[in-house]
Design a protein around this ligand. Sequence first.
Ligand code: PLP
Length: 416
Amino acid sequence: MTISDTILTDRTVALRQDFPILQRMLPNGRPLIYLDNAATSQKPQSVLDAMDDYYRRYNANVHRGVHTLSEEATAAFEAARTKVAKFVNAPSARQIVFTRGATESINLVAHTWGRANLGPGDEVLITEMEHHANIVPWQILQAQLGFTLRYVPITDHGTLDLRTLPDLLTPRTRLFSFVHASNVVGTVNPVQELVAAARAVGAAVLIDGAQSAPHMPVDVQALDADFFVFSSHKMCGPTGIGVLYGKRELLEAMPPFMGGGDMIREVTMTGSKWNTVPYKFEAGTPSIAEAIGLGAAVDYLQQVGMAWIQAHERAITQYAYTRMAEVEGLHILGPAPDARGGLVAFTLEGVHPHDLSAILDRSGVAVRAGHHCAQPLHDRLGIHASARASFYLYNTLEEVDVLVQALHKAQEIFTL
Ligand code: PLP
């Protein structure tokens, strides 16, 4: 361990106090070692308090009431939108649409922008390393609209094979939709290069930031994304709320996603006029407490510092990568630590990832096992499933040591 690693760990020990769940013991008497952050992150006390405060003191519906509670709720809800806009450096809070999560954000774009812009002869380009959330909506739409769905292949190292881009990006490509940071191989994609290649053929760009926004500074203007999506629950916020950022002219030109209250300006027996963005896309009562919780999560992450979080995860991932590689029969999926985010997916020869996960659980270590909603990626790598340890701001090098010890133990048990 280097001095800088020690400093990182010391700060983390202090930050852990902010997360009540990290203080708990498991039924087997072991402390919780939570390494399943790519699935969902834990929540600090400030997020729990912000949601509790809303329900206890000013629970009311937003936008509609002219009474004190409704005005307070509306102010807190809209303040959360402004915080999120600043978090990703969106030019305006009006470009932040609240959804249920990254999945719904992508579906929203598919069913509004997609329906208005895609047809036979058109192409949508995604990649082999996408989460199902950025595959299935396009497959559903493809069956209805008749466009062609193409995939950028990956190399054996789990990076995009950029040599194929000139063939795959053509004037027929209407949209290039790709993951910023992979939830399996961990690869952080060269966004600037990918966006420039899309622009050169006039394609719009959607970036799936579900695994990047929680872990690194994100500037949607610098990335020049047309759409950027992410989920609150992976960044210390509650479940049930996510974000679609979009360029203003695109959002304004898009038809609504769902119909109902709040998304209209006027309704008559014969038709309706839509509200302005972002409300045009937010039909019905939104997830109010969840938006307020997300706002508190943004405050928390900014107070810790996104650059610090990124550096901390790099240190942990580098350490985990080196230590895990020492385990006999363990194969790490994806590129070297300097090209990846804060997670390590792997297989252990002779041990099914589900069995492995159950054994690690006995040591208090929570990892994920399965295809991580990325079946085409696993198919491409020639495996059915993998195990995944994913880190966040509260993980320590000592926790990685416990993981590695438990992996050695599992390897011994299964090769006896
Ligand atoms: N995209 C990526 C890369 C993900 O890792 C995930 C969730 O694991 C999603 C999209 C979907 O996020 P959600 O389930 O919060 O909608």
